[in-house]
Design a protein around this ligand. Structure first.
Ligand code: FE
Length: 494
């Protein structure tokens, strides 16, 4: 009896669903470029799943053995998994940015990174060097017949969608100047009122300063920029993502201050010079997509948002669902990102904000308190009322931890479904792919890349979006791992 009680007490201590060493191994560089059919498959690849999953993310976590300071500074690498007739083909290639080619040739780090990577030689070697490397590592989209790799601080790189060969930088037919920013989070509008109901792509750029310029771009289905308008908003802004409705582009200007001096003097990257201001409100900026109307700015409580799930209009309100953090975790110059103390950080959680445009009041409610990130949904519901949301999530219901599960939230009924790769699997952004010709919102598949620490390789996992609980319907084992990625897209039929 005594030993039973002891055992009971021991088991009440929370046990992690993961081993830190397992999670860390997913951050090794992948130096090889591959091109092969995936023959090691558990389950069945649905024959109706026809198209290519493109993923972008840092492929290199070092330059010839010199470690970079943060994964966000890693050179962009595209993975393409093409599904056709129940089979799948894998290909990956690094984006041949100018900086990638120069550093690979030199065999050392030549550029400072936004998130703290410094050239060798200490602060003296880095001070007053303001050149930044366009690393093209954040997202990849297929639009108007173009495959574009995106990084929010500079212009896109265009790739061949079949070979992934880098074709050069893309100025959107001369709209973007050399090096001009184009954010990494475009939103697909399935039916644009200004284009007679045709789909369009909406994106933005940020030029932060004492007051910040936000520029909106709208591209028609041939990737031609059909609308571009710029707006100045007060204060410094660090904005990674936005959301759209038929009438608005919505931004969260989180309360941060920027002190450039440590960057100027070679001590920190610019991303490490941003300091969260917990006692200041978050500003919600609504920029009308019809330029004749004026910008609205509302305020809500402090907090930090990287990613929004979706937004829609309802009467006098705009409703927006976002992953919120209590504060912005700071990247410290001397720290090693692989040693992050997950338990010391607040988890990202899903909140719904109601923005009342008449009385400018903002209210919010917590939808999901499980640690979550990387929201994804049916693309035809972007900007409209929607029911189903898919996210990367922690295996445990509470606390902060690496993403090991895919969570589906039914926003109408409140039902949850979950598929977990714990204890040795770590998921990436889920991407929902609709079944061809279906009108049911969750009829399709959720695709995600899972790092499997047990085999030090990555799997492409196919889930039935209507029933995540039943487990993977196909698990495609790659011959190697893919370092944890950021964002991607599915191009149907390609
Ligand atoms: Fe992002």
């Amino acid at each position: 009896m005594q030993s039973f009680q002891l055992h009971e007490r021991a088991s009440s201590v929370p046990i992690n669903s993961y081993q830190r060493e397992d999670w860390q191994k997913g951050y090794e560089s992948l130096k090889q470029e591959g091109n092969y059919w995936i023959d090691d498959v558990e389950g069945q690849i649905p024959t109706e799943l026809h198209g290519t999953l493109f993923r972008n993310g840092p492929g290199l976590l070092d330059v010839n053995g010199q470690p970079i300071h943060h994964p966000f500074d890693g050179d962009g690498m595209i993975s393409a998994i093409a599904f056709h007739n129940g089979r799948a083909h894998f290909r990956n290639r690094f984006i041949r940015t100018t900086g990638y080619l120069e550093e690979q040739k030199a065999g050392k780090i030549l550029y400072r990174g936004v998130f703290g990577t410094q050239k060798p030689g200490g602060w003296l070697a880095n001070a007053f060097d303001f050149r930044l490397k366009n690393i093209a590592n954040t997202n990849v989209i297929y639009w108007g017949g173009k495959l574009l790799a995106l990084w929010e601080a500079a212009d896109p790189h265009r790739l061949d969608p079949h070979t992934l060969e880098t074709l050069g930088k893309d100025s959107l037919n001369g709209v973007l100047a050399e090096g001009e920013a184009f954010a990494a989070h475009p939103r697909f509008d399935p039916s644009c009122g200004q284009d007679g109901g045709a789909p369009c792509l909406v994106n933005f750029s940020i030029k932060p300063a004492l007051s910040t310029t936000i520029t909106i771009f709208e591209l028609d289905s041939t990737a031609k920029v059909v609308r571009k308008h710029a707006h100045s908003v007060p204060g410094f802004a660090f904005i990674h993502d936005f959301a759209i409705t038929p009438n608005y582009c919505i931004f969260f200007q989180n309360p941060v201050a920027f002190n450039p001096l440590p960057f100027v003097f070679g001590l920190r990257g610019p991303g490490e010079c941003i300091k969260f201001q917990p006692h200041q409100p978050t500003r919600v900026i609504l920029i009308p997509r019809h330029t004749s109307k004026s910008v609205k700015i509302l305020e809500t409580q402090s907090g930090f948002v990287f990613h929004h799930a979706n937004a829609f209009e309802q009467g006098d309100e705009v409703v927006i669902d976002s992953i919120c953090y209590e504060s912005l975790p700071e990247v410290e110059p001397g720290s090693d990102f692989k040693q992050v103390d997950f338990d010391a950080l607040q988890p990202g959680q899903l909140w719904r904000f109601h923005l009342n445009l008449k009385d400018k009041a903002v209210s919010r409610e917590l939808i999901e308190d499980r640690c979550c990130e990387f929201p994804s949904m049916h693309k035809e519901r972007v900007g409209r009322p929607y029911r189903y949301l898919y996210m990367g999530a922690a295996d445990a219901e509470s606390g902060n931890a690496p993403l090991q599960a895919i969570l589906k939230v039914d926003l109408e009924s409140g039902e949850r479904q979950i598929w977990s790769a714990a204890p040795r699997g770590f998921v990436s952004e889920p991407i929902f792919v609709e079944r061809p010709n279906s009108t049911i919102e969750d009829d399709g598949w959720v695709l995600t890349l899972v790092y499997d620490a047990a085999h030090h390789r990555s799997d492409v996992v196919v889930l039935d979006a209507r029933n995540l609980n039943q487990g993977a319907i196909a698990r495609l084992h790659l011959k190697h791992h893919i370092p944890y990625g950021l964002h991607g897209t599915f191009a149907p039929g390609l």
